[in-house]
Design a protein around this ligand. Sequence first.
Ligand code: PLP
Length: 389
Amino acid sequence: MKDYNLKQTFFNIINMKLFNVYPLFNITPIKGKDVYIYDENNIEYLDLYGGHAVISIGHSHPEYVENINRQVSKLGFYSNSIQNPLQVELADKIAELSGCDDYQLFLCNSGAEANENALKLASFHNNKKKVIAFKNGFHGRTSAAVAVTDNSKIIAPINAQQEVELITFGNLGAVEQVLRNNDVCAVIIETIQGVGGLDESTAEFYQGLSKLCKTHDAILIADEVQSGFGRTGDFFAFQKHHIEPDIISMAKGMGNGFPIGGILIHSKIKASFGLLGTTFGGNHVACVASLSVLKVLEDEALMDNVKVISKYVLDNVKNISKIKMIKGRGLMLGLEFDFPIAELRKTLIHKHRIFTGSSKNPNLLRILPPLTIQKKHMDVFFEALKLEL
Ligand SMILES: Cc1ncc(COP(=O)(O)O)c(C=O)c1O
C-alpha cells in the first residue's frame, strides 16, 4: 500500500501539466544576445518582438548581466521595511532621464499591478470610484486593471462589479458628459494603444482630456507600460502632446526582462503609511536591473537610435503596396496590411527566423524590437517581406 502511494505520488509529479492558457510557437529559446535569440539547436532568430516590448537594451546586455550578478551575490532581497538607497537612486534617475521631476515613485512587479495601484490611489485621493477607460485599451489582468480593459473574454464576474465607462478613443465630448456627474475617480489611457492596434489620437484630444480631468477632479493615469522607457523615442509617449498626467504607470522595458513595474505619482497626491504596499516590489535586484537599463539607455543614446531606425523603417515600408497604413511611433510600430497577417507572421518565424508581434487588429503586424536594433537588422526584415508579398 505504501509503495503504491509512493509510486502514485511520483506518477502525479512527473505528469503535472502546465495550465494551458498560452497558444505556443514550437520554438524554445535558450539564450539571447542583443537583438537575437537562439534555440536549443543554436538556430538564430532576429527579435523584432522584444518578448512583447520588454527587451529595451538588448538581450543579456553585458553591463546589465554583470550588475545583476553582482547585486544578487551581495543582497538579492529584503523587505520594504528597511532603507533601500537603490530605490532612491532609481527615482532620481527616472526623473533625470524623463524630465518628470515633480513626481514620487512607487515600485511594484508588473504592468497590471502598476495600473491596479494607480487606480486604487486615484480612488483614495478623491474618494470617488467610477473609471473612464477607452475602447480597444488594454491595462492588464488584475482586478481593477482588467475591469478597465476592453476585452469581455478576460473579465471574470468578480471583476465586472467595477464601475467603468468605456468610451470611443478620441471622443472628448463623451468623456466630458460622463465627467459632469462628478463620480469619476480616474481616466486611464494608453497614449498609443499597444494590444489594441497602435492607434494614437491627436494632441488636442490628450490636452483636452488633461484639462477636463483637472476641471472635474479626476486623476489622469497615463498607462506607459508598453510605450514608456524610451520605446517611442521620447521617454514617455504622452510627452509628445505636452501634458502632465497625475499618475504614470510603467513596466515592460523598465527591467529589460527582470520583473519590475512602478508608478510615478504627482506631488499633489500625498502618501500615508500603509496606503500602498508590496512584498517584492522595488527589491534590490529589480532596482539594479532598472538602473542598468537607464544607464545603457543614456550611455548608448538609445532614444536617438529609436528615432533613426523608426524613420528608416517608415522610409522602407511606405512603398510596399500591400501595407495600407503604418501606425505607432518610434520602435512601437504597426504595419497594417490589406489581409490578415497570421500566416505571414508564421512564415517570418519559421522560414526567415524573424519574430514579430500581432495585435487585436488581425491585419496588423507589430514591430517592437530591442531599442539597440540597427539598420542592417531591419534590412533582413525588408528582404523577407519583399520575398513573401
Ligand atoms: C499598455 C499595457 N498596460 C498594461 C499591461 C499589463 O502588463 P503586465 O502583463 O506586466 O501585467 C500591458 C501588457 O501588455 C500593456 O500593454
